[in-house]
Design a binder for this molecule. Structure first.
Ligand code: PMP
Length: 380
């Protein structure tokens, strides 16, 4: 008999929600092009616009502020590749934020991060104040990029305070809210953010679809020109089935956000057990505000890669650092940016839970954990 698998890698991607699957299957049979004026076209348009409303409702935005993209990578690269004078951001950001800031056509100014994973508010205020702006620089020339919640540690950033500081200096702010959406309440309208990015597959929608939320009135240059789709910002016939799946997943996630109290207590229970068994285990970011589903556990002297393989063999899916960078054995850039030592950056595993995670899943993880730590200890 094959052993049942335990999936604890929801930050890499979440299983497809049944509502998303049903919406996608139905949309696959919608034959019209959303730009066509006939009944078939209007039906496809309705599917796209309903989904836009559902995604907008999840993040507290207006439907007209939602631009569908091929995922959060596209949305992040799009915003960060604009002709900014400066981009202020920390090394804990996702590679899809960091890579375009390294392209060289803009000045990237690094924000320091504390060992708890939180961007230092005082340093942020003084760095934004100290730029020595040339007189006559128009407001809105520079971008502050600050993720809502981290994909590896779950640490939540002080978005409201950061926006307040940035706005005082005339900067616009973008937040990568990929890991936060559906897990903590988001209110784009009240956030003061100019842009926000989200992805469907982290909240139970399909992979390959996401959105850039652009505050109404904020300038945005088109990503793709051609047809007039997505308010002339992103030409091309819409991926109707994926968009419909995203909408259904966003709707289900919004209804279920209260269930994260249960998930948080499962996560906290897991961490308490880990610490009881392995007192040397470090819960990275454990002292900071965190997403309720994420645990980043460092077991110094045990390579994360070996641990992930051992968990996998035991039937438990977890990851070493970010899944996006798995395949290469690299220390976590997020943990390095937090100033943590190499033994920690190379040993941290990420355990991430979701709405269907059960106490039995946690028990399966703990059984594997005891086996793995015992085995490594015996071999040492
Ligand atoms: N930002 C964060 C914080 C992420 O975790 C991810 C997915 N790993 C992305 C952006 C990229 O999203 P997508 O997979 O939709 O391109």
């Amino acid at each position: 008999m094959t052993r049942p698998r335990t999936y604890l890698d929801w930050n890499a991607t979440a299983p497809l929600r049944p509502q998303a699957r049903a919406a996608m299957v139905a949309a696959l049979d919608a034959i019209g092009n959303p730009s066509s004026v006939h009944a078939e076209g209007r039906h496809a348009r309705r599917l796209v616009e309903d989904a836009r409303e559902q995604v907008a409702a999840l993040v507290g935005a207006q439907p007209g502020e939602v631009v569908f993209t091929s995922g959060a990578t596209e949305a992040n690269v799009w915003v960060h590749s604009r002709a900014w004078r400066r981009i202020f951001c920390a090394g804990i950001e996702h590679p899809s934020v960091l890579a375009p800031t390294e392209a060289g056509h803009t000045q990237r100014i690094a924000l320091p991060v504390g060992r708890d994973g939180v961007v230092d508010r005082d340093a942020l205020a003084s760095i934004l104040a100290a730029r020595g702006e040339a007189t006559g620089t128009p407001p809105g020339a520079s971008l502050l990029s600050l993720q809502w919640g981290n994909n590896e540690t779950g640490v939540i950033q002080p978005i409201a305070e950061a926006v307040e500081i940035a706005v005082r200096h005339g900067d616009v702010v973008v937040s990568d809210a990929v890991q936060a959406a559906g897990r903590v309440p988001l209110d784009f309208a009240r956030s003061g953010l100019a842009y926000m990015t989200v992805s469907a597959h982290k909240l139970g929608g399909p992979k390959g679809i996401g959105a850039l939320i652009v505050r109404s009135g904020t300038p945005m240059s088109p990503l793709l020109t051609g047809g007039g789709q997505e308010r002339r910002l992103r030409a091309g016939t819409e991926n109707v089935a994926a968009i419909a799946g995203f909408g259904a997943a966003a709707d289900a996630a919004a209804r279920e956000i209260g269930s994260y109290a249960r998930i948080e207590s499962l996560r906290d229970g897991l961490e308490a057990e880990v610490r009881a068994i392995e007192p040397k285990a470090l819960i990275v970011g454990g002292g900071a505000p965190r997403l309720p589903n994420t645990s980043c556990i460092a077991l110094p002297s045990r390579s994360a890669e070996t641990a992930v393989v051992a968990f996998d063999l035991a039937g438990v899916a977890v990851s070493a650092g970010a899944a996006c960078s798995s395949g290469k054995v690299a220390a976590s850039h997020v943990l390095a940016a937090m100033g943590l030592s190499e033994p920690i950056t190379r040993s941290a595993i990420r355990v991430s839970l979701g709405p269907t995670t059960t106490q039995e899943d946690i028990a399966a993880f703990m059984a594997a954990f005891m086996d793995i730590t015992g085995r490594v200890a015996r071999a040492a």
